[in-house]
Structure formats: C-alpha cells, structure tokens
Ligand binder design. Structure first.
Ligand SMILES: Nc1ncnc2c1ncn2[C@@H]1O[C@H](COP(=O)(O)OP(=O)(O)OP(=O)(O)O)[C@@H](O)[C@H]1O
Ligand code: NI
Length: 374
C-alpha cells in the first residue's frame, strides 16, 4: 500500500491533575490513507476527543502530549527525541506552533465538532463567516469568495443558498448548521477532515442524511476523514477502517467488514451486542456491563478485564500489545490474550468473576448468570 497520509505512532497524552495523572491517550498507533474514512469508536471517556485534538496539537493545560510521533504528508506534526539527560523533548523536525496554525489547521486538516454553535459566531451571518474564511485561507477577493461560499452551501445540500447566505446561525436547524460546518471544513480543500461526533446531537433521519452527504463528498473530493463516534451503526455506514478505543488504548483495529464479521476483541463484541440492529428486537439488546474505570489508575493487565465475560486471571497480569491476527492481507490488530498467538497461558488460567459474569455486585443479573464457559 502507498505511504499513509497520516501516521500515528505510540501517541500519549496525559492530564496532570490534583487527583493524579490521567492517561487519556496511552500509546495509540494508526494510519489514515488518502481518501479513506477511518472510524474511531468507543464509549464515553475512551479518549477519542483527546486523541483527535492531540493530532492537531490542540490539547490544553493541564493536558500535555508526552510521547509519540505523528507525521502528515511527510511533515512532523508531533515528534520527540532524547535530550542530554535522557529526557524526552520535542524533536527538531516538529513543526512550530505558528506553522501548525497557518499551514496545517483548517488548510490541510480541518476539524468539525459536535456543537456547531461553538464554531459559528451567532452575531454574523452564515454566508459572511464562510466567505471570510475562504477569503483569508484561499486568497480570493471578496466577490469570488462570496460566489465560492454560495457554491459550497449548495454543494452541502442547503436549499436556496443565495437567500440563506444572509441568514444567521440560529435561523438554521441543527442538521443545516452541521452542513455549514462541513462546507467550512471543505472550503480549503483539505486532505483530511477530523469529525468529532458531529451527528450525535441530531435525530437519526438527519444523521443519516449527513452521513450520506459525507460519503458523496468523500467520493467527489477524495478527502480522507477521521470519524469519531460511540455508535457502531455510524461506523457500519461510513467507515473503511476502524479503530476501537478502550480507556486510552486501541484494542482492535481492522477493515470495517472484518470488525463486523470477524470480530475478535471481547470489548468490540460487547459494543456490537449493545447496538440496535434491524434484524433484532430491542429486547435482544445487551448493554455493556459495568462502567469504564478511571483513566487515572487504569486496571492492571488488560484494561477491559474488569468488565470482560471471558476474563481469566492472566488477564489481570499481562498487558497485551495489539498484534496482527487477521487471516486477510489487511492488518487486523487485536490486544487480547485469549488468542493463542499471545501464548501467556490463557487456556490454563482460572476464569475470573467479573461484572460481566455477574460475579461482582450482589443482585446484579449478569448475562451468563454467573456461569463462566468451560
Ligand atoms: N481537561 C481535562 N482534564 C482532566 N482530564 C481530562 C480533561 N479532558 C479530558 N480528560 C479525561 O481524558 C479522558 C478521555 O476523554 P475524552 O474526552 O477524550 O473521551 P471521549 O472518548 O471523547 O468521550 P466522549 O464520547 O464522551 O466524548 C477521560 O478520562 C477524561 O476525563
Ligand atoms: Ni469526545
């Protein structure tokens, strides 16, 4: 395969709080190839937003990117090297803050957030904001930028864009505002758009329309996307490759068909079981047992062990690094010691009583009624 557009290696971001160090993103690695839609999925608190804002170096104090390498089109967005005392310090190749602001963000990599009102100024017209953004970033004169803004509004499916150009953000519905943000993201023809749960607040029909639009635009412009969501059905609809995150780590990574048809990690299985499917009634839904532990003191061994229906004692001891266990040519990385390749004695290890097996809190009806298979 060709060189990836974006490559992320061992990225770590931590928050230094009074309660302790929050290991929000704890050594994640993944690639994004040109024109590909890469999903980042996981429950609330998994570290998805911190991961995406780290890519653009938008982490705010007390957060800090502490390790890792991120390259984009051959340029180093994040890089570390060893200093004289063996400490890690930003590498010389790393782009300056100024370069990130003027050359990367918005122009090469655009970001779309969940709440359009955070990105749109309520006191200016939608068209005016889009026009100004285009004027600044594409060095077009006012008239050409206005025409381009109207074309972009039409492109993202806003009816009667000439009239709506002069309206204010509050005059747009949630779905229409999200379309405006997509227009803004596309305005500089970036190679990559990062979308952090942009459709979560919308109702399902509108969400579906936005996802259709994104697919259309992706085909037309060849823009790559990183799509953040907690919703596996969104992943099914638009992603080409998928990264499943749990407590700061990517625990499974594969092509979208593999994730759904050759699911390997018990957490991914649980995520899929908790997702409504057209061929099942709502009664068949099986929410993931327990809550995700804190990222301050993550559980030893596999971080999912406390909620895993298949956990054994060895899972509390060995912390698995993801390995390619797939049958196909494409990588299928999994971090779970139940697979023989890890060879840490899972089969001989004693099954654990966990929240998922009903072994924790009294009166908690676990899916398997307290029984562990075998
Ligand atoms: N400013 C902060 N200070 C301390 N901890 C933080 C801060 N921002 C995020 N975190 C912690 O980092 C971890 C990851 O948070 P993040 O927002 O990335 O999760 P997420 O996967 O995006 O969740 P959601 O689906 O709810 O958006 C969480 O444990 C969160 O509490
Ligand atoms: Ni988030």
């Amino acid at each position: 395969m060709s060189e990836p557009l974006l490559s992320v290696e061992n990225l770590k971001t931590q928050f230094f709080t009074e309660e302790g160090t929050v290991r929000a993103v704890d050594g994640i690695s993944f690639d994004v190839h040109e024109g590909e839609i890469v999903g980042l999925v996981g429950e609330s608190g998994a570290g998805k937003s911190v991961a995406t804002s780290s890519l653009l170096r938008l982490v705010e104090s007390p957060g800090e990117i502490v390790d890792g390498e991120v390259t984009f089109k051959g340029r180093t967005l994040i890089g570390f090297e060893e200093g004289p005392e063996g400490e890690l310090r930003p590498s010389e190749e790393m782009l300056s803050n100024e370069q990130m602001r003027t050359e990367i963000r918005g122009r090469e990599i655009a970001i779309i957030f969940q709440d359009p009102m955070e990105s749109l100024n309520p006191v200016f017209t939608v068209g005016g904001q889009l026009r100004e953004f285009i004027e600044i970033n594409r060095e077009l004169d006012k008239k050409a930028a206005k025409q381009e803004a109207i074309d972009m509004l039409r492109e993202v499916g806003i009816p009667d864009p000439v009239a709506r150009y002069d309206e204010y953000p509050h005059q747009f519905s949630g779905g229409m505002r999200q379309r405006v943000l997509i227009a803004m993201a596309l305005a500089c023809q970036p190679d990559l758009i990062i979308a952090d749960e942009p459709t979560t607040a919308l109702d399902v029909t509108v969400e579906g329309q936005i996802l259709d639009l994104v697919e259309e635009l992706q085909e037309k412009y060849g823009t790559a996307f990183i799509w953040v969501t907690h919703d596996m059905s969104v992943i099914a609809e638009i992603a080409d490759r998928v990264n499943v995150m749990y407590l700061g780590e990517i625990i499974e990574q594969a092509d979208v068909e593999e994730i759904f048809y050759e699911t390997m990690h018990p957490y991914t299985v649980a995520l899929l079981d908790s997702m409504p499917r057209p061929d099942e009634t709502v009664d068949a839904l099986d929410p993931i047992k327990g809550v995700m532990p804190e990222a301050i003191n993550p559980p030893s061994g596999c971080r999912f062990h406390s909620r895993c229906p298949e956990a054994r004692e060895v899972c509390t001891e060995v912390h698995p690094e993801p390995r390619d266990l797939g049958e196909s040519a494409e990588r299928h990385n999994v971090a779970c010691v139940k697979y023989d390749a890890f060879d840490v004695g899972y089969q001989e290890s004693r099954p654990l009583q966990t929240e998922a097996t009903g072994g924790f809190s009294a009166g908690f009806a676990g899916r398997q009624g307290g029984e562990v298979d075998e």
